[in-house]
Write a protein that binds this ligand. Sequence first.
Ligand code: PGA
Length: 249
Amino acid sequence: MKRPVLAANWKMNTGPAAAADFGRAFLAGYPAPTERTILFFPPALAFQSLSEEMRGRADILLGVQNIHWESKGAFTGETSAELARDAGARITLVGHSERRHVFGETDEECALKCAAAERAGIVPMLCVGEKIEDREGGRMSDVILRQLRTGLSRLARPSSTEVLIAYEPVWAIGTGHTATPADAMAAHEILRDELRTIVGERAEALPILYGGSVSPLNSASLLAASGVDGLLVGGASLDPATWLSIVRA
Ligand code: PGA
């Protein structure tokens, strides 16, 4: 059995002081590790203060929400995988739907970012997901397979590099419309099948998370769905009590 992965994506919310307060409240409610891995993706400016609070907890890892694919140089406003790693990040989101659909990030850019994470020794969590018109037009599978194949296409060592996948249907993110456990199961099975082709037998060990309007009301049933190895949570991860009830689901 894989350990379930519960990931909090704070997006552009929660500054350094609020992150430290959150960290203390969270640890008070979750004082000892359980059989789960907890991930936090705070805003870059809050990374250090949250990281200080979480020090000493091997079950809690911090990541960044985005990286640039170059290592360093004249890229104002960007953060490289190497800089993130040096700050203590163990993981990075790649191709979150807001990066793709608000900032126009392409599949090819996601591939460069996954490769940059691999090069720097941090774990990419590649996010994939279809828009409502793709789902209604019967293209869900085409879209997520294209995002998965292209996103992982530049890894130097696909069969040994640590990778996480997040299935986040765009129509479910921040909308209150959650995919049903059956929807999630179907998409995860499609992704797992393709991972078998890309990375071979290691596909079984790579966590595939579901994300999109996860709440304390639906987290347990989503996590219980076959093939759902964890949850990537936005809005419901911003309040310590709500996030704690999901983490304990
Ligand atoms: P949501 O966001 O939980 O607020 O829908 C999920 C995400 O964007 O990762």
